[in-house]
Design a protein around this ligand. Sequence first.
Ligand SMILES: *[C@@H]1O[C@H](CO)[C@@H](O)[C@H](O)[C@H]1NC(C)=O
Ligand SMILES: *[C@@H]1O[C@H](CO)[C@@H](O)[C@H](O)[C@H]1NC(C)=O
Length: 601
Amino acid sequence: MVGATVFSAALVAAAQVVLATPVARSGYSLKDSHNVPRGWAKVKRAPADHVMQIQIGLKQSNFAELERQLYQGTSMLVSDPEHPKYGQHLSADEVKELVKPTKETTELVHEWLSENGIMPSYNSAKDWITVNLPVSKIESLLDTEYHIFEHKDGAKVARAPSWFLPNHLHDHIDTIQPTNSFFRARAQASDAFVDVGILTDPNLKHYPTSSGIGAVCNTSSVTPQCFETLYKTKGYKPRSTDKNKVAFTNYLGEHPIRSDGELFLEKFRPEYVSVAQTFPQYVIADGPGDGPITDGESHEANLDFQAIAGINPRTPIISYSTGGSPPFTPSNSTPTNTNEPYLVWVNWLLEQKSIPQVISTSYSDDEQTVPASYARRVCQQFAQVGARGTTLLFSSGDAGVGPYGECVSNDGLGTDKFLPDFPPSCPYITSVGATKNFEPEVVAYRPAFVGSDGVAHGNYTSGGGFSNIFEIPPYQKKEVTNYVKNLKGEYDGWYNKKGRAYPDIAAQGLYFAYFYNGKEGTISGTSASTPLTAGIISLKPLGFLNPWLYSEGYKGLNDVTEGSAVGCGVDGFPAVKGWDPVTGLGTPDFPKLVKLAGAKL
Ligand SMILES: *[C@@H]1O[C@H](CO)[C@@H](O)[C@H](O)[C@H]1NC(C)=O
Ligand SMILES: *[C@@H]1O[C@H](CO)[C@@H](O)[C@H](O)[C@H]1NC(C)=O
């Protein structure tokens, strides 16, 4: 009895102590730290009065359930027509409910900010907070110091590679940026523009054959007429063009040029020229609107529009141009958003009631420029788009296993490593590699060459690899484990055998016919294969594809078995029978895909 009394008295005392000392005053400890990636040098302290827009990612209450539903969604559609959720995707509100932080999380973080005199502004799911603060204030809030870092290409950002939080908040906040992310979106277009007449590519092969493909396909300038014959979409009438939409995203100040889209459609889809005049261009976070461009800009955006419209001009097309990552201007006292812009775009998209069924993105960066905590949260935002029934496609990169001369780990030790790209390494999106040639298609590879106009073009190979952040997802475990086993130890130590591996699928990606600045030429890259794939899939949208692709849909793909992910000065992962980290499960055989999907839907 006595013991028990003493014990509860002690509890009461302890509780009073806790109450007397507000939890918000708990000590600080390191929350996250990330090595400064190669190529960046610390210059000086960031000016104290420089105002930045800070994003705080609160822990989501039930992401595990969202992931479960996402992974089950399409396989459910395919395997169990009797299931009550058959053919359904989550609504915007259902998604928000799953990611909404717990009351405890919201209250603790809110309390911490208000005690610091900060009025937070929330997104509608309440899992992200945005605040504009001067550097001095962020420094005291995160117990850190911001410095200006300069990239060897001249770009400048204000960053804090390590940052701290009160102990009691560690489990309630996933990430705060910009702090230690050095990510920058890079367009994956390998040849900005090559005149058809000036190709001197020694590896180029023409394949005149007796089949229909030989009549319309020419490797030196691949047209929509070739794609529709090769992937057998010709004559397919997309359904629900009053409801479905297909979109592409632009960053780095890019936006598509309508007059070039018109020239392209006049030549290849003359009955749909008006599409180029009328497709909407959404401007997000001060991105560029419709209007003139400086010569040399917007190759990627032009390509994206033309690749989609060439293969499917009937489903309405949308262009999203997101601002962000502007050059650092120290004298600027207006808030600058120097986050990587995906988060800005995806959080904007998630606020919309209705979103496109297919969205193509051709921008990525080395995965190791992003802290894992941040990559995970951005990837989780993509999962929410997938759970709403949208196919998100990302290009797999243009440098095989990694860019020549840059394949060094960010581990601080300088270990040689292949360099996977983010976001293609995110398991909640579908990553697209590239092929070239016809009958058979092989891995897109084009060694560096100098055109007859004297312009140098670097090495280009379909990108692929294994994430160092994301674990191998269940839907591809069998294929990836099997692939790794068959490598028999080759490249051991250069990659993470347990990582999410990409790409998932592939399509043509060398010398696309396209128009830029009034002239016809060609352009190459997984930047080309990705919008092409988006156009094909938008003919028959299927939602988040991966679980279905690996379990069933692969039967509707042409397996690519020749070539490899050349990069880092080695041949890289070879394409093999079945899945491989260069061309994924293969390229579309559209009627087969439709049949496989339709048969079970
Ligand atoms: C393919 O295109 C190139 C360049 O336009 C041309 O020189 C060549 O004759 C074409 N090949 C075939 C088989 O049509
Ligand atoms: C292309 O890759 C080869 C090795 O595969 C390398 O020798 C060459 O320097 C690379 N060229 C460029 C422009 O990076």
